[in-house]
Design a binder for this molecule. Structure first.
Ligand code: GLU
Length: 319
């Protein structure tokens, strides 16, 4: 199989035509339009589509529900690639937590992107200054299908909380959450996301709101026991109302695919990103500090896709 595929590729190269013989559409799963995943997907597609004449790939990156929805869509073959939190990449590949009984053995890592602190932002008038203060309040947990919704469940389990501990646990999408905070429909929103991002900027410009630290022995234990969690800080001064650094924990945004996706396709996508890396980094402030070394190692728990490994090997980045 592999032999024939390589022959076809060789034939195409000899004939001077792209290795992907016919125009092929690929879809990248992202997240809400006010998040950073959407920018990741759009940016990757923009770089891929600059080279369509050479490689015959056309890329689209629609808005989706987020990490869990993306992984499920890739597993079902409905999408080719997607952005997902490192914790959910881990659980999908290992068939644990949310993916128990629904293991995605063919999950493959491509690279990681920006860090995503688990972020809590509360109305300044809500009487919330610690994570424990969320008890009894109206809290937006996020939409089911998002990674953050699932990660909030993990945090709640660690604390022994259930949804009943909140006066309201709403499931609004990122695009709706800032307005809900501003309109006093919720006291706080929870969002695991790269910074700065549009949704939180929108929230703090509509109402006085503050970032709430997420710390304590249960959080320390989550970090100590799970390789995909790390201590994180949201830098002071990034958002109005939060002049000081805020401590929390976080994950990494990662780019994932399936071993069912053709090596040449993944190779071309990875090449489009890393051949144009400076351009990529300029497409969002959350990408500014990305380094190639970290992107091909940190936060990846599924094996590297063969197409990605081929590019990294060619560059001398891996053995
Ligand atoms: N981490 C969020 C999730 O998996 C998405 C954040 C974003 O869209 O940037 O649902």
């Amino acid at each position: 199989m592999k032999f024939f595929k390589n022959l076809a590729v060789m034939g195409a190269l000899l004939a001077g035509s792209p290795a992907i013989a016919q125009e092929q559409f690929i879809t990248i799963g992202t997240g809400g339009q006010t998040g950073v995943y959407f920018v990741v997907g759009q940016s990757i597609c923009r770089l891929v589509n600059r080279g369509t004449a050479e490689h015959n790939l056309k890329c689209t990156a629609p808005s989706t529900g987020g990490s869990i929805a993306n992984i499920n869509a890739i597993m079902a073959g409905d999408m080719d690639m997607g952005v997902a939190q490192s914790d959910w990449q881990y659980h999908a590949y290992n068939g644990t937590s949310e993916f128990e009984g629904n293991q995605f053995e063919n999950a493959r890592a491509v690279f990681s992107v920006h860090g995503e602190p688990f972020t809590v932002i509360a109305r300044a008038d809500a009487g919330i200054s610690t994570f424990a203060d969320l008890k009894g309040k109206r809290v937006n947990i996020g939409n089911p299908g998002s990674g953050q919704y699932a990660t909030m469940q993990v945090v709640m389990d660690a604390l022994g909380w259930t949804m009943d501990d909140f006066a309201l646990a709403s499931e609004l999408k990122p695009a709706e959450q800032a307005a809900a905070l501003g309109d006093n429909k919720v006291d706080a929103i929870i969002y695991t996301v790269g910074h700065p991002n549009g949704s939180i900027q929108e929230a703090v410009s509509t109402v006085d709101a503050v970032l709430i630290p997420v710390t304590g022995p249960e959080i320390d234990a989550l970090i100590a026991e799970n390789p995909y969690y790390a201590a994180a800080k949201i830098p002071g001064g990034m958002y109005k109302g939060s002049p000081d650094d805020v401590d929390t924990f976080g994950v990494k945004a990662t780019f994932v695919t399936s071993s069912d996706v053709d090596d040449e396709v993944v190779y071309q996508v990875v090449k489009a990103v890393f051949d144009n890396f400076d351009r990529f980094k300029r497409l969002h402030p959350a990408f500014e500090s990305l380094t190639q070394e970290e992107m091909i190692s940190a936060g990846l728990s599924a094996p590297l896709h063969d197409g990605a490994a081929r590019y990294y090997r060619e560059q001398g980045w891996i053995e």
